[in-house]
Design a protein around this ligand. Sequence first.
Ligand SMILES: Cc1cc2nc3c(=O)[nH]c(=O)nc-3n(C[C@H](O)[C@H](O)[C@H](O)COP(=O)(O)O)c2cc1C
Length: 190
Amino acid sequence: MPEGKAIVLFWTKNGNTEKVARRIHNTLQKAGMQASISLIQKDDEIAYLDYNLIFLGAPVYNNLSPVPVLSFLRKNRRRDGVEILASAPEIPGVAAVPFCTFGGGHTGYNEAIPMLKHIGQYFEHEGIRVVDYIASVGFFPEADESYNTKGRFGDIRQRPDEHDLMEVEGRVRGILRRLHRVLPLGNLNL
Ligand SMILES: Cc1cc2nc3c(=O)[nH]c(=O)nc-3n(C[C@H](O)[C@H](O)[C@H](O)COP(=O)(O)O)c2cc1C
């Protein structure tokens, strides 16, 4: 079983999700984890069980993940060709945190939930416990100006901003503080 290992997998088009991913990665490293970060390519293969903590994030596109991320998820189902286990027994030593950026200009946080839960369900189905979800608001340059200035979150043209990234940092540290006794996360500096 690995110890103290984390990976941040992300996809981005305009950079918002990358900002969040880099802050997660930086926070994991500062806390003393051996963390890597990787841009999701649809044909990549990843051995989830080489890690103790997996963060997987993307922008919300039409309530779900963008197509390259959906392709990546399909390709990386551990159970392809393997017997499906009833009750999806949890695998010890590993946990996942789906994250996203989203505009939320129409219906607010509800726009983030289906995508996060979809990724969460993907991991749970694989036996990988989901321990939290992180949603950060992000500017939607392809949308009308009104979406970005008069939506549910008001003016989002600068988001995610430093305040949002500090919140992400706090959430990641909280996840580590919560889990360090039940997952082999190594010697953490919390
Ligand atoms: C094709 C497309 C569809 C989108 N659909 C949604 C959506 O359904 N709900 C939402 O809240 N934001 C939506 N957005 C906004 C993005 O989720 C938001 O701008 C995100 O922060 C972009 O991330 P990125 O900079 O990492 O590419 C959409 C953006 C694009 C380009």
